[in-house]
Design a protein around this ligand. Structure first.
Ligand SMILES: C[S@@+](CC[C@H](N)C(=O)[O-])C[C@H]1O[C@@H](n2cnc3c(N)ncnc32)[C@H](O)[C@@H]1O
Length: 286
């Protein structure tokens, strides 16, 4: 691939999903797109650059390229610390909130707590959240709190990873990454040589494709948002826009968690910060 072709292809990736591919990422495009060049109707990168450069792309090409170019690395309870903060710091407050909402009985219908896994990839993040919720509420009377009081939305730009997330089926290596045997036995069903997430947990997690470069107006409002290991791929301008939109969809006193290598320095000063162990928790004041 020559420099001109690289510029056209990396610009296309930037335009469709905001991922910045610097000058040194030519190998990444070659590695990820070479195997699907034929499916894109091209023999060479020159063909692909010509197609994209002349505006001759279509939905199929866009989907194929997105699925190939996004980095979907994830695991259950990734980095551990944010999940400790979620369990020990955030969940007790959420339970109080549920109790308060239920006490105001005229608001009962709207009493669900909504959570959002912004870049859900193949589902390990939202299902980890669901496992913690199930653990925290176990043993409590269903009149006080039950799984039905929670709704988790998992979104991602890649339809390929989301279809795996929806299936909730994982191989032995995937469950070995981050899950204790106890959690696996409690929340997964062995089916052949793969593990399926418990039906009750799947019942509170919904998935849909969503590009976080777009408007958040239709996405809803959330008490807890996990937006982890995605901002790193964007420009500072894009990060500012995303953080500002997250602010607007976060409920008053809501919680936002970012990835271990992400922070809001120089990007947004509206959120309050709180440390819990090794985790920074971002909050929207009431
Ligand atoms: C590295 S994974 C992070 C998964 C999970 N949050 C975690 O921390 O384990 C990043 C995900 O962001 C998704 N992504 C990239 N650009 C996106 C965009 N513009 N809108 C929504 N999702 C995007 C990718 O498809 C990928 O699945």
């Amino acid at each position: 691939m020559n420099h001109e072709e690289y510029k056209i292809i990396s610009q296309y990736v930037f335009d469709v999903c905001g991922i910045v591919l610097g000058e040194d990422k030519q190998y990444l495009i070659e590695q990820r797109l070479s195997p699907i060049l034929g499916e894109l109707g091209c023999n060479t990168f020159e063909d692909l650059a010509n197609k994209l450069g002349s505006g001759n792309s279509n939905f199929f090409i866009r989907e194929k390229m997105l699925n190939a170019m996004t980095t979907n690395e994830t695991s259950f309870f990734r980095d551990e610390h944010p999940y400790v903060a979620f369990k020990e710091k955030i969940m007790p407050d959420i339970l109080d909130r549920i109790r308060e909402r239920k006490e105001r009985s005229w608001q009962r219908r709207g009493s669900k707590v909504s959570m959002w896994s912004v870049a859900a990839s193949s589902g390990q993040e939202p299902y980890s959240m669901a496992m913690i919720i199930a653990d925290v509420i176990s043993g409590k009377s269903p009149d006080v709190v039950s799984l039905e009081d929670f709704g988790i939305l998992g979104t991602d730009i890649s339809s390929k990873v989301l279809s795996k997330a929806m299936e909730g089926r994982y191989g032995a290596l995937e469950v070995a990454r981050g899950l204790t045997t106890e959690m696996r036995n409690k929340y997964f069903l062995l089916d052949g040589d793969s593990y399926i997430v418990d039906e009750k947990l799947r019942g509170i997690v919904n998935f849909k494709t969503f590009n976080i470069q777009e408007s958040f107006l239709q996405i809803g409002s959330f008490d807890v948002i996990f937006c982890r290991n995605i901002l790193i791929y964007f420009t500072d301008d894009a990060k500012r826009k995303i953080l500002s939109q997250l602010w607007h969809v976060l409920a008053p006193k809501g919680y936002l968690l970012l990835g271990a290598a992400e922070n809001m320095y120089n990007l947004n000063s509206d959120f309050e910060t709180e440390r819990y162990g090794a985790t920074t928790i971002y909050r929207k004041p009431s």
